[in-house]
Design a binder for this molecule. Structure first.
Ligand SMILES: Cc1ncc(COP(=O)(O)O)c(C=O)c1O
Length: 361
């Protein structure tokens, strides 16, 4: 079992020490004789877990005091609706940068709520995809907000520079990049992320929102998606996903013990460099994203001879390298190498890819 590496894009692998601790505590949490998942969300014991998790996250991401952290349900897609319902007045518009399939899905949902200005922000140069120059975007200085997705999980496109919006609130879907590298929270109005990649299990969604953006939800906004109500009720308006919140807390502690987000970033750079370098020196595998926009978290790659796809997937699974199939919309392969993936997992993948190449060239 210990030699199994799971490259799933999400729900993704969780750190082994976190899983071991959760297992150890599963049926008898802190000597109470019950599981943490059986505790009332309003019990002092669970409130202590919840408060500690938020405090650790604040420390890890250096979240300023004028930001609220919300622990919600509904996943990334829930936020595709929550963002316009909370931030887009009926008589205004929002700018949406499209850099891949998730930002495109965010647009489709936001269009139900108002005028969405779609900015196609990826171009192809010599067969390589890259994010276009910000000067070509023509952002609207009067927009209610600018939305973008810094890491496109399906396409493997990551934007490392934070867009300059000159005072217009910036909203980021960080589902697949949060906690992988340091970010300056003060540059954002809202950050949201489904938990199932770098935070914990699915079922929990984090929202980090600047105080001054609260209080603007449309009257028709369901209370569970209303940021103001969620903030006022400290994420306990309805029963929060308590077990996922607890597990996220364990992940935050694991990250702190590792040395924090800068330390994990160094590991993430090492893993991504190893894999991209191997792909680049091979004429058997290809990745078509330009160097400056290559995702550190999700590495899509294609076999030049696609008739070998099934054999690759079967044999990689036999070698305990799981979930390497690319998203159905783009085909090929994808290795998701989030924080919890050890360097050894990437090395095992490269060793397998080398062997497969030699045997099938
Ligand atoms: C960047 C991004 N945004 C949104 C989503 C949708 O998340 P959910 O399935 O939690 O609604 C995903 C899912 O993988 C994602 O990667």
């Amino acid at each position: 079992m210990s030699g199994v590496y799971n490259f799933c894009a999400g729900p993704a692998m969780l750190p082994k020490p976190v899983m071991a601790k959760a297992q150890e505590e599963l049926v008898n949490w802190q000597g109470l004789g019950v599981s943490v998942m059986e505790l009332s969300h309003r019990s002092p014991e669970f409130i202590a877990v919840a408060t500690q998790a938020e405090q650790d996250l604040r420390e890890l991401l250096n979240i300023p005091d004028n930001y609220k952290v919300l622990f919600c349900h509904g996943g990334g897609r829930g936020q595709f609706s929550a963002v316009p319902m909370n931030l887009l007045p009926k008589d205004n518009s929002a700018d949406y940068l499209v850099t891949g399939s998730w930002s495109k899905s965010a647009v489709a949902e936001a269009k139900h709520y108002g005028d969405i200005n779609v900015i196609e922000a990826v171009e192809e140069h010599n067969g390589e995809k890259c994010v276009t120059c910000p000067t070509t975007w023509g952002l609207n200085p009067d927009a209610a907000y600018v939305h973008y997705c810094p890491n496109e999980t399906v396409d493997g496109i990551e934007m490392f520079d934070v867009p300059e919006t000159n005072g217009v609130p910036l909203v980021a879907d960080m589902s697949s990049t949060i906690l992988s590298r340091p970010i300056d929270i003060s540059k954002f109005g809202v950050i949201y992320a489904g938990a199932q990649k770098n935070i914990g299990p699915s079922g929990l969604t984090l929202v980090i929102i600047r105080d001054d953006l609260l209080g603007n939800a449309r009257k028709t906004t369901p209370a569970v998606l209303d940021y103001t109500i969620t903030a006022e009720k400290e994420s306990m308006f309805n029963t929060p996903p308590t077990y996922a919140w607890y597990l996220a807390g364990l992940v935050f502690q694991w990250l702190k013990n590792l040395g924090g987000v800068s330390a994990v970033e160094a590991k993430n750079i090492e893993k991504a460099q190893k894999l991209y370098q191997f792909i680049d020196q091979s004429d058997f595998y290809i990745n078509t994203i330009s160097a400056e926009n290559r995702s550190r978290m999700n590495v899509p790659f294609w076999l030049k001879d696609e008739s070998l796809n099934n054999a690759f997937l079967q044999q990689s699974e036999d070698a305990d390298l799981l979930a390497l199939k690319g998203h159905r919309s783009v085909g090929g392969m994808r290795a998701s190498i989030y924080n919890a993936m050890p360097v050894e997992g990437v090395e095992a993948l490269i060793t397998f890819m080398k062997k497969f190449e030699q045997e099938n060239k």
